[in-house]
Write a protein that binds this ligand. Structure first.
Ligand code: ARG
Length: 460
C-alpha cells in the first residue's frame, strides 16, 4: 500500500478483493489519450504559472509522450494494482522521468481529471456519431431518389390508411435523424466546458490559470463551480438520451423493414449481404441486422436508465459511484455507432418490389378519405360525407369490390351528390397528388423536400 499514491495514511495492504473490486483500469484505459492530453496541458499551465519549472514541465510532457507511445504500441504493462488509468499513467511517468513525475498532480485531483477525460472522449464520439448520421441520411435520401415515385399504402394502427410516396416515408426518418444530430450538437455545447481547476471538489490553493488549460485543450469555456464540475454527469445522461432516441428511431425503421420483408407484405428485398440464414431451415433468409438494431435499442435505453439511477441519490461532490458512468457510456457509443452505419448499408442495398406494392394499393379502400373530400366539394358537410362513404365502403365490402369498382348508381344509394368525376378522386395517384398541403405527400411537395435535403447533405 505504501506504493499507492494515496498509501500514506494506510496501515496494511489493500485486500485483493478490494483491489479487484475498485479497479476500473480494464475499461478506463480506453481514455488514455485524453488523460495524457489533459496532463500535458495541466503541466504546461503549471509551468506558465511558475508552479513547476519549465524543465519539469518539459520532462513531464516528454515523459507522457513516451507513455503514450508505449500504450499505443501495446508494450505498456498495465498493473491491476494501479486502480485506474490516471494512476497507471502517472506511475509509469514517474518511473521514466523520476521526481518531476511526482509533481504533475499538483493542483489537480483525479476527480477533475476524470471529468475532463470523459468530456474529451465524448467530444470526439459526438463528432463521429454526427458524421455517421450524416452518412445514414445520405443513404436514406439516395434511396428516396431511386424510388421517388413509388407509392405505397400508408398505415395508421398498421391498417391501410391513405397512399403515400415511399420517398415521403423515408424523408420522415430524415427529419428524425436531423433532429438526432441537433440533439448531439446541443449536448456538446453544454458539456464542452473544461472542469480542470476544480481539483478534488473545492478548487485549488495554487495560482492556477484554468482558462489557459482550457485553451490548450480547445474548450471555449471553463467551470463555474468546482463542486458541480467534479460531481455532475448530466452531460452523459443527455448524451445517453440522445443516443436512446437515435436507437428508437432506428428501431422503428428496423421494425418496418422486418415487416416489409415478410412474405405477408413483401414490399422490399433486403440484400443478401445484410441478412443471415437458419441452421436448420434451408429456405430462410432472416432480417437479423434489422432485428439486432431493434434489439440493441433496449440495451441503450437501459444504459440511460442505469445512469439516471446511479446519479439520483448522490450527495455532492464526487462519489466513487461515478466510476459506474463509464461502462454504460462506452457501451452506448459502441452500440449506437455500428447500428447507424449498418442501417446506412441496409438502405443503400435495399430493393423495392414494385409489383407487390402496387398490388397492395388495390385493397383497403385507401382513397375513402378522398371520396369524402370530394363530397365536401359537392357541398356535403364533412361529417355527413364521412358517414356516406362509410356506408359505401360497407356495401363495397359485401360485394368484394373496391370503391372504384362500384357503379355510380350503386354509390348514389349512399352518396346522392356523387357524380362521375368522383372516379378521378378515387385513383391512387390523384389521391397522393391532391395532398399538396405543406409537408404533405404530393409529388411536388416531396420533390421540393427531397431537393432541399439533397442540397443540405451535399448530394447535388
Ligand atoms: N476512477 C475514478 C472514476 O472513474 C476516477 C476518480 C477517482 N477518484 C477518487 N477519489 N477515487 O470515477
Amino acid at each position: 500500500n505504501k506504493e499507492k499514491p494515496w498509501g500514506g495514511r494506510f496501515g496494511g495492504g489493500t485486500a485483493k478483493l478490494v483491489e479487484e473490486f475498485t479497479c476500473s483500469l480494464h475499461f478506463d484505459r480506453r481514455l488514455y489519450r485524453y488523460d495524457i492530453a489533459g496532463s500535458m496541458a495541466h503541466a504546461r499551465m503549471l509551468a506558465r504559472q511558475g508552479i513547476l519549472t519549465a524543465a519539469e514541465a518539459e520532462a513531464i510532457v516528454n515523459g507522457l509522450q513516451t507513455v503514450q507511445g508505449e500504450i499505443d504500441a501495446g508494450t505498456f504493462l498495465f498493473d491491476p494494482g494501479d486502480e485506474d488509468i490516471h494512476m497507471a499513467v502517472e506511475r509509469r511517468l514517474t518511473a521514466i522521468i523520476g521526481e518531476a513525475g511526482r509533481k504533475l498532480h499538483t493542483a489537480r485531483s483525479r476527480n477533475d481529471q476524470i471529468a475532463l477525460d470523459i468530456r474529451l472522449f465524448l467530444r470526439d464520439q459526438v463528432g463521429v456519431l454526427i458524421e455517421a448520421l450524416q452518412d445514414l441520411r445520405r443513404a436514406g435520401v439516395r434511396l428516396a431518389r431511386r424510388y421517388f415515385s413509388v407509392i405505397l399504402p400508408g398505415y395508421t394502427h398498421l391498417q391501410r390508411a391513405q397512399p403515400v410516396l415511399f420517398s415521403h416515408h423515408l424523408l420522415a426518418y430524415d427529419e428524425m435523424w436531423r433532429r438526432d444530430q441537433g440533439r448531439l450538437r446541443d449536448c456538446l455545447v453544454r458539456f464542452n466546458v473544461c472542469p480542470l481547476g476544480a481539483a478534488a471538489l473545492a478548487g485549488s490553493t495554487f495560482p492556477i490559470d484554468p482558462p489557459y488549460t482550457a485553451e490548450l485543450l480547445d474548450f471555449p469555456a471553463i467551470l463555474n463551480n468546482s463542486l458541480d464540475a467534479v460531481s455532475d454527469r448530466d452531460f452523459i445522461v443527455e448524451f445517453a438520451a440522445a443516443a436512446s432516441l437515435i436507437m428508437v428511431h432506428l428501431s422503428r425503421l428496423a421494425e418496418e423493414l422486418i415487416l416489409w420483408s415478410s412474405a405477408e407484405f413483401a414490399f422490399i428485398e433486403i440484400a443478401d449481404a445484410f441478412c443471415t440464414g437458419s441452421s436448420i431451415m434451408p429456405q430462410k433468409k432472416n432480417p437479423d441486422v434489422a432485428e439486432l438494431i431493434r434489439g440493441k435499442s433496449g440495451r441503450v435505453i437501459g444504459h440511460l436508465t442505469g445512469l439516471l439511477v446511479t446519479l439520483k441519490g448522490l450527495p455532492l461532490a464526487y462519489n466513487r459511484d461515478l466510476q459506474e458512468d463509464k461502462e454504460p457510456l462506452f457501451d452506448t457509443v459502441d452500440t449506437v455507432l455500428p447500428c447507424v452505419r449498418l442501417m446506412a448499408g441496409v438502405l443503400d442495398n435495399l430493393a423495392l418490389k414494385k409489383e407487390k406494392i402496387a398490388a397492395a394499393l388495390q385493397g383497403g379502400f385507401l382513397t375513402a378519405t378522398d371520396m369524402a373530400d370530394y363530397l365536401v366539394t359537392q357541398g356535403v358537410p364533412f361529417r355527413t360525407a364521412h358517414a356516406q362513404v362509410g356506408q359505401t365502403v360497407r356495401f363495397a365490402e359485401t360485394q368484394g369490390k373496391e370503391l372504384a369498382d362500384l357503379t355510380l348508381e350503386e354509390i348514389k344509394q349512399f352518396a346522392p351528390l356523387a357524380e362521375a368525376d368522383l372516379f378521378g378522386w378515387l385513383q391512387i395517384e390523384q389521391s397522393v397528388n391532391r395532398r399538396c398541403s405543406p409537408g404533405g405527400t404530393a409529388a411536388g411537395r416531396v420533390a421540393e423536400a427531397l431537393a432541399a435535403v439533397e442540397q443540405e447533405l451535399g448530394l447535388t
